[in-house]
Write a protein that binds this ligand. Structure first.
Ligand SMILES: [Zn+2]
Length: 436
């Protein structure tokens, strides 16, 4: 049976509401259990002597509170039951799946809608429904779309999946459960999507598989205060426990290496994002470096102020991190230190187009940029094995920090919208620093 687009959209809106209803319904079941317990407690207390009057009163008050909470949930549960009955024959799901089949990439919102419909039709534990929510979660983490993240997290949690639910997503008064680790959360793509390009939102550091040390998902971290670098380890264990963390204070003795790095960066349309942690330029396919001949595609580059890396204990005004990935998914970061001096024409172009506030990627019309504009002429480097310098601090990232610096004007440094976005230097822990 054929359905019109309008019907599909209506169905989506309905199941969107249903997904929330479903999670509430699950909560409702729990609350009913609580109520039974409380009733028993109150009865027992009633049999006891007069000194227990106070306890009874307290229990009764609690019961009243639970009843008040339950009343609206019951209404929602009824609505949900009606929606479920309407979806039971599976025709709507089949139609929607058929309609989406031709689309290669579904948006996070559509994934949630599809997941909700599968859940309503086939039940909360349906693997396809769970998969939809996981996909939605992955996608939406890139875009930081809170409502979609919440819907997907709550739906997965309701289905009994191990997933961290952000405190913001929980109904008021709910205690944040210390949710278990979610392998997808570990894969939170901070350096760029798997295809390496067109990342909607990155915090400027790469993705690497970190199967050994999966990290809990948390959206919020910063460079100071409550969620500053010293606290990252609480939410992202590798940040505290990792033994090959970046950045480093680079100092001798150095080990000589014969590794050769060459760059092949191309001009392309400028795409920039202010992701709340840095200014990042997302690079279209085609730019790469070769490390001993092995191509590593440039995904993006971004800035830190002051430079995260220090040379003999001294930071520079800023650093650019060029983030690359090879065919095996291994990340390599090329760092170019920016030293206060003359105006930098490349940065002038970038700064003229950068979004000053956190938000989605911008693509200023008719502006092209070649990342090579930010490279020095000389290619001598320091190299070491390190990590992402932002949560989840995943290790297995190779760093090449160029010895030659490029200039940046004092005014240009001052115009960068992040006053301080540099992680402190980390322990060397016996790592070798090589130099060519
Ligand atoms: Zn960086």
């Amino acid at each position: 049976m054929k359905r019109t687009i309008i019907e599909v959209i209506l169905a989506l809106a309905l199941v969107g509401a249903g997904a929330f209803g479903w999670t509430n319904f699950k909560g409702n079941q729990k609350a009913t259990g609580q109520l039974t317990e409380l009733t028993a407690a109150a009865e027992e207390a009633a049999k006891a002597a007069a000194e227990k009057d106070a306890a009874i009163k307290a229990a009764e008050e609690e019961m009243a509170a639970v009843r008040a909470e339950l009343a609206p949930l019951e209404g929602q549960a009824q609505q949900l039951a009606a929606v479920k009955a309407a979806m039971a024959n599976g025709a709507t799901l089949a139609d929607l799946e058929a309609a989406y089949k031709s689309q290669k990439n579904l948006s996070a919102e559509r994934q949630v809608g599809l997941g909700a419909l599968r859940m309503l039709t086939k039940g909360a534990e349906d693997p396809a429904a769970i998969e939809s929510f996981r996909k939605a979660l992955q996608l939406s983490e890139l875009g930081d779309r809170k409502n979609t993240i919440c819907a997907a997290q709550l739906a997965l949690a309701a289905a009994g999946e191990k997933v961290a639910v952000m405190a913001d997503c929980l109904p008021k008064g709910t205690k944040t459960e210390k949710a278990s680790q979610d392998d997808k959360a570990a894969a939170k793509d901070v350096h760029g999507k798997d295809d390496g390009h067109d990342h909607a939102k990155d915090d400027g550091h790469g993705k690497a598989d970190d199967k050994k040390a999966p990290e809990k998902h948390a959206v919020h971290w910063s460079y100071d205060g409550e969620m500053g670098p010293e606290r990252w380890g609480k939410e992202f264990p590798t940040c505290a426990k990792g033994k090959s963390q970046s950045p480093l204070d680079i100092r001798g003795p150095f080990v000589k290496t014969r590794t050769v790095v060459t760059t092949d960066y191309k001009e392309g349309p400028l795409k920039m994002i202010n992701n709340g942690h840095t200014i990042q330029v997302n690079v279209p396919p085609g730019s790469k470096i070769r490390i001993d001949g092995v191509p590593h595609e440039l995904l993006q580059f971004h800035f830190h102020r002051p430079s995260e890396e220090k040379i003999d204990g001294k930071p520079m005004a800023m650093v650019v991190h060029f983030v690359h990935k090879n065919a095996e998914g291994k990340l390599a970061v090329l760092g170019v230190l920016l030293k206060e001096g003359n105006e930098n024409p490349g940065i002038k172009t970038l700064w003229a187009n950068m979004p000053m506030e956190e938000g989605p990627e911008v693509t200023p019309e008719g502006v092209n940029f070649n990342p090579a504009n930010l490279l020095p002429r000389e290619f001598d480097f320091y190299s070491y094995e390190g990590s992402l310098t932002t949560p989840p601090c995943t290790e297995g990232v190779r760093f090449f920090i160029l010895k030659s610096t490029v200039n940046v004007a004092k005014e240009q440094v001052a115009a960068f919208p992040f006053k301080r976005n540099a992680r402190p230097v980390q322990e060397l822990n016996g790592r070798e620093i090589t130099t060519n």
